[in-house]
Design a protein around this ligand. Structure first.
Ligand code: PBG
Length: 329
């Protein structure tokens, strides 16, 4: 008798396919990145991220309400800092009345149950577009880690539920965890960008925040002395395990689609939730191809999202979150 098993029986129609499908996506899977700017009435489309916007705080309120209605219950905040407030040490990041601190309060005000995560890194505040303080042409590690701990405290004081250090300095998770514990913020979580690669897929994000490394003599042109080399796999496991030992509650792999192998490795290795970040360049590629009529936008979007979850992601940070949820509801 040939063949003994016909696998196609399980693909005959949508009813049987959905009955045996291993991976499904729900609104609970998503973390929504949001870009915030100073001003009033601003909903500014980011040129390299079609249909994605920077919001002033008043319009952020509407967006938060809309996300909540869609079942999206977690946001990750980023701020675009005016040029005149940027310096080497990122001092503005500690301003209790700074844009990030006000953004946290705005979200909590309109939607107290929305989970607020904040980006903790210097680059939006850095006159040089780097994630660390620069001394003699080098990104200094320990001083930066201490500064990030101060920044995390400031976000916790403003009401952030989680801080999300995206910088890749050594030891910063421990420094942040200790600072939070010492000041009584025992319930403030840390989502560490633990395996973050030096990637060219971040380009549109740097447009959105005007945060690209500057082109100046004596300033490193890229982030390769702190973000990971994309040829490396085992280093990602080491980085992630160290962050967990230092107190990370959630770890992350970033970017997403080019790093699904790393995502699966880490999911198999660790016992904390694993997030993945489908970054700006991944979003831009799909948008651009779809605009040209070369790809089916919705289907490709859905396929990538499922791929993240299948590869082991417990949390997906994605600019497509809203679109996906609308599509599947
Ligand atoms: C910087 C930061 C970056 C992203 C998140 N936080 C860019 C970078 O490291 O240069 C990228 C996100 C994206 O591309 O969507 N701390």
């Amino acid at each position: 008798m040939y063949p003994l098993r016909r696998n196609r029986r399980l693909r005959t129609n949508e009813a049987i396919r959905s009955l045996v499908r291993e991976t499904i996506i729900t609104p609970n899977d998503f973390l929504v990145p949001l870009f915030v700017v100073e001003g009033k009435g601003i909903k500014d489309e980011i040129p390299s991220m079609p249909n994605y916007f920077r919001y002033s705080l008043d319009l952020l309120e509407n967006e938060i309400k809309e996300l909540w209605k869609l079942g999206l219950k977690s946001v990750l905040l980023f701020v675009k800092v005016p040029d005149n407030l940027k310096d080497n040490a990122g001092e503005e990041a500690l301003n209790p009345n700074g844009l990030m601190q006000r953004a946290i309060k705005t979200v909590k005000n309109v939607c107290p149950d929305m989970l607020v995560m904040t980006d903790v890194a210097l680059d939006p505040y850095s006159a040089y577009g780097h994630d660390g303080i620069i001394d003699n042409g080098e990104i200094v590690n320990d001083a930066t880690a201490l500064f990030l701990a101060e920044m995390s405290l400031s976000h916790a004081e403003a009401g952030a539920d989680f801080v999300a250090p995206s910088d890749m300095m050594d030891g910063r998770i421990l420094t942040i965890r200790e600072a939070l514990e010492d000041e009584g913020f025992i319930n403030t979580g840390i989502m560490s960008y633990s395996a973050k690669y030096a990637s060219s897929f971040y380009g549109p994000f740097r447009d959105a925040l005007d945060s690209a490394p500057v082109d100046l003599v004596d300033i490193p042109k890229d982030k390769k002395t702190y973000q990971m080399d994309y040829g490396n796999r085992f280093e990602a496991i080491k980085e992630t395990e160290m962050d967990i030992e230092e107190g990370a509650d959630i770890v992350m792999v970033k970017p997403g689609l080019s790093y699904l192998d790393i995502l699966r490795d880490i999911k198999n290795e660790v016992d904390v939730p694993v997030a993945v970040y489908q970054v700006s360049g991944e979003y831009a590629m799909i948008k651009a191809a779809a605009q040209n009529g070369w790809l089916d936008h919705d289907q490709v979007m859905l396929e990538t999202t499922i791929a993240f979850k299948r590869a082991g992601a417990d949390i997906i940070a994605s600019y497509f979150a809203k679109d996906v949820v609308k599509l599947i509801s």
